[in-house]
Design a protein around this ligand. Structure first.
Ligand SMILES: Cc1cc2nc3c(=O)[nH]c(=O)nc-3n(C[C@H](O)[C@H](O)[C@H](O)COP(=O)(O)OP(=O)(O)OC[C@H]3O[C@@H](n4cnc5c(N)ncnc54)[C@H](O)[C@@H]3O)c2cc1C
Length: 487
């Protein structure tokens, strides 16, 4: 047997077959699980022998580069998605939708399964009534660009290449959320292919249980969304700001930031970023719906309360699109370069391990929180919630953390070699924080090691989410380690 066949089998993840070739007594190679599927698709079915396979299976996080799906279906029509769901059900094989490929656990790229790649369904079409139809494979920056051209805005996140589907299904937090709500709060309806292969429209009046679940119940659980319709708002004039506080002042800044934020108007959002170190340092970064002259007195209040002058301070007015490009890190790029960043062609990829904890209310002892990050290599982002997010009840949508002050992300850059060390470090910080902050977490920062994960992500909404999943997917086709029905 030629050597390249053995290499091929290893590369495709068909390790059992490779072992058989070397004389070990393992099961014979399994046949391709999706025979006939390629002929039903309008786009390519990329299998391991295809020259585009390495690129097609790639996620944002290089730690998942070794994931070896049996095939990636590059869908162009809703019928393609239906064919994929039917093929996976017939083969009883793993299936996962992929929008932007940014899952923190690589759940959109299942080993030996079928990836339903929605990149080919990414149209953004504005309607006369101010709603927008967005294909489930669209990336955030392309949505902002299309909407801004028509003077409209959808509150979203910062990273340009995050996909609208995973982002919305988990809630969707960004710098405009305190003013305009989570992205899922602006959802009017969605088209979803459920486990029976049927394409359904879900909204407040059609399949309302599914509509409820799609707003915060997490990606991958109930079916494959092929498009969303959102309410937009008029694109606002924005001011971005950043205050870099000196090292050593983090407990004072964090303590005052959390009290200050609760007294701020919804027009202002502000996140607290902490760089762990010896000592740790922090930056308050945010956005104001309005002018620099409107936000400057508010920032002066934070600086006064903190008792520490920022070492650097920037306050800059932007159009809506330029503000989104600034937060996306695209300010110095052309529109085409920024699109390429978002399209997967030239992703600014980063290997990382992360987890999250809620900040339920202002912490009585911020120094205790900061001590967890001291002498560590870690980046902590606390997204400030409140405002329009908190105006929705915790059971009104599946996103339960409506009353929280913030969501803390614990993020460690790493490499494949250092992965185990990084995972232990993140887990240790997460678990130390549990004693101070409780056990809540954010499903969009999904952590495969999160203890009691269903409670952490969904709180009291988990029971109802389970019922919805069981009703629409009784055979548990949409399954992955932290699928709602697995807890
Ligand atoms: C660099 C970076 C920055 C981020 N910034 C923010 C932020 O500012 N705010 C925030 O809230 N989150 C943020 N996130 C988290 C992000 O929202 C989640 O990782 C989200 O799940 C990514 O969605 P995706 O479509 O890109 O990922 P994918 O990996 O494609 O999908 C994530 C999950 O959703 C499922 N899914 C994907 N498409 C569909 C579909 N069409 N139908 C059903 N299920 C589907 C997948 O199977 C998978 O389980 C960030 C992530 C990264 C890596």
């Amino acid at each position: 047997m030629p050597i390249n066949r053995r290499a091929f089998l290893h590369a495709t993840g068909l390790g059992a077959a490779a072992a058989a070739l070397t004389g070990c007594s393992e099961a014979p190679p399994k046949p391709f699980p999706f025979p006939g599927l390629a002929g039903k698709l309008s786009g390519p079915l990329v299998t391991p022998d295809h020259p585009g396979y390495q690129l097609a299976r790639r996620s944002f996080n290089p730690l998942f580069d070794d994931r070896a799906p049996a095939a990636i279906a590059q869908c162009r029509r809703i019928e393609d998605v239906q064919a994929c769901v039917s093929a996976a059900a017939a083969a009883n094989a793993p299936i996962a939708a992929r929008s932007g490929g940014h899952s923190y656990a690589g759940y959109s790229t299942p080993d030996h399964g079928l990836v339903v790649d929605l990149t080919g369904l990414s149209d953004v079409r504005l309607n006369a009534d101010g709603t927008v139809d967005i294909g489930a494979g669209a990336r955030l920056i392309d949505i902002y660009t299309a909407l801004a051209g028509a003077g409209r805005c959808l509150p979203g996140g910062t990273c340009p290449s995050v996909g609208i589907a995973g982002f919305t299904l988990g809630g969707g937090i960004g710098v405009l959320s305190r003013k305009y709500g989570l992205t899922c709060d602006r959802l009017v309806s969605a088209r979803v292919v459920t486990a029976d292969g049927i394409a359904r429209t879900v909204s407040a009046s059609e399949q309302p249980d599914l509509f409820w679940a799609l707003r915060g119940g997490g990606g991958g659980n109930f079916g494959i969304v092929t498009s969303f319709t959102f309410n937009t708002v008029a694109a606002p004039q924005l001011t971005a700001f950043q205050l870099d506080f000196p090292p050593g002042s983090v407990p004072e800044v964090l303590g005052n930031w959390q009290r200050w934020l609760t007294s701020m108007p919804d027009d202002l959002s502000a996140n607290c970023h902490i760089s762990g170190g010896s000592p740790s340092s922090c930056t308050v970064i945010g956005c104001f719906v309005g002018s620099a002259s409107g936000v400057n007195p508010l920032l002066a209040g934070l600086i006064r309360q903190t008792g520490s002058q920022p070492a650097a301070r920037t306050v800059t007015e932007y159009s809506y699109l330029n503000a989104m490009r600034y937060f996306a890190g695209c300010s110095t790029m052309s529109a085409a370069e920024c699109h390429d960043q978002a399209s997967g062609r030239s992703w600014n990829r980063e290997a990382f391990v992360a987890s999250s904890r809620l900040l339920p209310a202002p912490a009585a002892d911020p120094a205790q929180i900061v001590s967890v990050f001291d002498h560590r290599t870690v980046y902590v982002i606390i997204d400030g919630l409140g405002g329009a997010i908190g105006a929705v009840g915790p059971a009104d949508t599946a996103f339960p953390h409506r009353a929280a002050l913030g969501i803390m992300q614990i993020y460690v850059r790493t490499s494949p070699v250092q992965r185990a060390t990084a995972t232990r470090s993140v887990a240790s910080m997460r678990d130390q924080l549990t004693a101070v902050l409780g056990d809540g977490g954010y499903v969009n920062y999904i952590d495969p090691g999160m203890p009691n994960w269903a409670q952490a992500y969904y709180g009291d909404n988990h029971t109802r989410l389970r019922q919805v999943a069981q009703r629409h997917d009784p055979d548990r086709l949409f399954n992955f380690p932290q699928a709602i029905t697995n807890a």
